[in-house]
Design a protein around this ligand. Structure first.
Ligand code: UDP
Length: 228
């Protein structure tokens, strides 16, 4: 099946490379060059980025959860502004959409607006998650993928796929070639969080999980060399 529109989810940590916090430009540039290859092939690409390289809503016990999550959502916007600029520096056109007004920094999300940008060949960044506390960017990417009718979600992870146990702790852990979201939920495999899992299952949104650190993995995933 040829993919016309995909949503790529990157964790915040993925942007930081070895540094673990902030940005590693070389890491982001590698992602940018791969996405450019897809865009040049006519694939419409949307991007969702986490915030873990700056902040997680669970980072502090002394801050109200809603406020902590607001900081987290703002972190995802900073990430999108940064990555969007690196994408532009390698020759792509981009736009950033958020579920709430951020002045001139971003534009307000709507399906029509996203479709308009996709049609122009722009990479569309869906920043700010769902716009609500108690959610995650995992849920954000599934929600946006459903809304904009993406063909598939690409989950680029630190780990190279879905295993039946944590391979860092269990040497007998086996990688799945394919697994139903029902099984992910039943066995609590934590590919994405529970809210995101159920939303994906109920709306039949497929997810391809693979390792971001493998050479050219984003392009390979879409060109029949999926190794997740
Ligand atoms: N967040 C939120 N609502 C959303 C998406 C994100 O409140 O719809 C906040 C939440 O605090 C979360 C943080 O933003 O911890 C960063 O997002 P996420 O944890 O998904 O990033 P990751 O851990 O994948 O880097």
């Amino acid at each position: 099946m040829t993919m016309k529109r995909i949503l790529l989810k990157l964790s915040g940590e993925a942007l930081a490379g070895e540094k673990k916090t902030g940005f590693d430009e070389e890491t982001v540039r590698k992602v940018a060059l791969q996405v450019k290859e897809l865009v040049d092939d006519g694939i419409q690409v949307g991007i969702v980025i986490g915030g873990g390289n700056f902040w997680r809503g669970r980072s502090s016990e002394n801050i109200d959860r809603t406020k902590a999550d607001q900081i987290g959502m703002l972190a995802t916007i900073m990430n999108c502004i940064y990555v969007s600029e690196i994408f532009r520096s390698v020759g792509m056109m981009t736009n950033i959409l958020t579920p709430f007004e951020c002045g001139s920094f971003t534009k307000l999300f709507s399906k029509d607006r996203a479709n308009k940008y996709f049609a122009k060949g722009m990479v569309v960044f869906f920043a700010g998650g769902t716009g609500h506390p108690y959610f995650s960017t995992d849920t954000g990417v599934v929600l946006r993928a459903i809304e904009v009718e993406a063909d598939v979600i690409l989950l680029a992870k630190a780990i190279d796929g879905v295993y039946n146990a944590d391979p860092a702790k269990d040497p007998t852990a086996k990688k799945y070639d394919e697994v139903s979201i029902d099984e992910v939920i039943a066995k609590n495999l934590q590919v994405v969080d529970m809210t995101a899992s159920i939303l994906a299952r109920d709306n039949k949104m497929p997810m391809w999980v693979f390792g971001l650190n493998e050479e050219n993995s984003i392009v390979n995933t879409l060109k029949g060399k999926f190794n997740g």
